[in-house]
Structure formats: C-alpha cells, structure tokens
Design a protein around this ligand. Structure first.
Ligand SMILES: Nc1nc2c(c(=O)[nH]1)N(C=O)[C@@H](CNc1ccc(C(=O)N[C@@H](CCC(=O)O)C(=O)O)cc1)CN2
Ligand SMILES: Nc1ncnc2c1ncn2[C@@H]1O[C@H](COP(=O)(O)OP(=O)(O)OP(=O)(O)O)[C@@H](O)[C@H]1O
Length: 192
C-alpha cells in the first residue's frame, strides 16, 4: 500500500495532464450518467463544487441542473469553524471570491446558506478512490467532517466525481474516512 502523500502527488499529476478536450468529454460523460439515474436527475437541491487542480469539472452538470430548475449549492470554508464547510446557493449571478486555497467560492452571505440537512445530494471532489468506495481528498478533512454520520440520518447522499485515472488499487483508510455509496467517472457509475 502506497502512503497518502505519494498517492496524492501521483494522482494529482495524472489529472492535471488531461487535455481540455479530455476534460470536456469527461464532464459530458458524467452528465449522461446522471441523466440515466432517476435518484440523481430528479434532485432539486444539490451541492457541487468548482473545479480546481485538474478535478473533473462539474460546471456543465451545474448548468444542466439549473436548466431543470434545481438549486445548486457550493462549499464555502467556514469562517470560524476550522475544517468545516458551509453550503451557499449558487446562481449565474452569484459574486465569487477565491478562498485561501485559490478556489472560487460564493462571498459569504448568511441569506444564501442552506443547512446541510436540506441538501439531497452532495457531489464530492476527491483525489483518489478504490473499487471498494474508499475516498481520499486534498487532505483537509472538509468532506470527511461534512459526511460524518450521513448513513445514520436523513441528510444528503454523497456522490463522488472523478476521472477514470483517479482509481487506485487501494486507499489507506483511517477511522474518520467516510466511504462513498456511489461515484461517477466518465467510464462508469459505481454503486456500493
Ligand atoms: N474544487 C474543490 N473545492 C473544494 C475542495 C476540493 O477538494 N475541491 N475541498 C475539499 O476538501 C475544500 C477545500 N480543500 C482543499 C484542501 C487543500 C487544498 C490544497 O491545494 N492544498 C495545497 C497546500 C495547502 C495550502 O495551500 O495551504 C496542496 O496540497 O498543494 C485545496 C483545497 C472545499 N472546496
Ligand atoms: N469527522 C472528523 N472529525 C474530526 N476530524 C476529522 C474528521 N474527519 C477528518 N478529520 C481530520 O482531518 C484531517 C485530514 O483528513 P484526510 O487526510 O482524511 O482528509 P481528506 O479526505 O483527504 O480531505 P477532504 O475530506 O477535505 O476531501 C485528519 O487529520 C483528520 O484528523
């Protein structure tokens, strides 16, 4: 088993090597998987993210949800609770600003916050996944904290998004890691 740091470095490199054409094709292929899955296509309140560091770009999927009248939310780093995320409503007119990682996020406005429990789906970015549904992120624990305990309550269902090249043989798992019940790559809709 490779250590987390080496895995992260390796996979971040592979996704950053994808061409614009490959990125665009991947984003379209993901929409096709979402269209075919009723529980995903019918969702009315979904959290997505803005692509960073070669991640699968969900913007075409965001526009697809908008076109259906669904509401889209983006993660915002919590201003006082380190390691935690807020989810803010996102429309084409939402003012964005870069967070401390350089990722654009909606400017904090309490009127735009949706309590996590009211989301139906949280599409999660990730660095690497394995065939058992284990996920490894950028290392901040933000999504692990957001998803902790989701199976025990009525909250949102997580759905990972990744490029095919982000699959690895096995992920070193820690006690706080939350395995995914579902993940979409351009090549496959995984369900566990
Ligand atoms: N698109 C996207 N948005 C997201 C996440 C994500 O993984 N992708 N996050 C998911 O958690 C949160 C941000 N977490 C992040 C954690 C680390 C780094 C990062 O680039 N770290 C640098 C070094 C750290 C630094 O600059 O201080 C690195 O590893 O090179 C980026 C985002 C919230 N928003
Ligand atoms: N539910 C949690 N409660 C408290 N601390 C947590 C929790 N989940 C993760 N952490 C802390 O966050 C740190 C980073 O975790 P990890 O490296 O697994 O993040 P990641 O899965 O790569 O990132 P992300 O979830 O943001 O995509 C760890 O040191 C861990 O202690």
């Amino acid at each position: 088993m490779t250590d987390r740091l080496t895995l992260r470095r390796h996979i971040r490199h592979c996704r950053n090597q994808l061409s614009t054409q490959q990125q665009n094709d991947a984003a379209q292929a993901v929409i096709d998987h979402v269209r075919r899955a009723d529980h995903l296509s019918s969702a009315r309140a979904v959290a997505l993210y803005l692509a960073n560091d070669g991640e699968l770009d969900p913007h075409p999927l965001i526009e697809w949800y908008w076109s259906r009248g669904s509401r889209v939310y983006l993660p915002v780093l919590h201003p006082f609770s380190p390691g935690h995320l807020l989810f803010l409503h996102y429309t084409p007119d939402t003012p964005l600003q870069a967070n401390r990682f350089g990722i654009p996020e909606p400017r904090l406005d309490s009127r735009l916050i949706l309590p996590k429990s009211e989301l139906e789906l949280i599409f999660t970015p990730l660095v690497a996944f394995d065939a058992q549904g284990n996920r490894m992120g950028m290392g901040g624990g933000f999504y692990d904290r957001t998803l902790a305990g989701w199976r025990n309550g009525p909250g949102p269902q997580p759905v990972g998004l990744a490029h095919n090249c982000q699959q690895v043989d096995s992920i070193p798992v820690d006690s706080w890691d939350v395995p995914l019940p579902e993940l979409i790559t351009p090549g496959r809709h995984w369900r566990w």
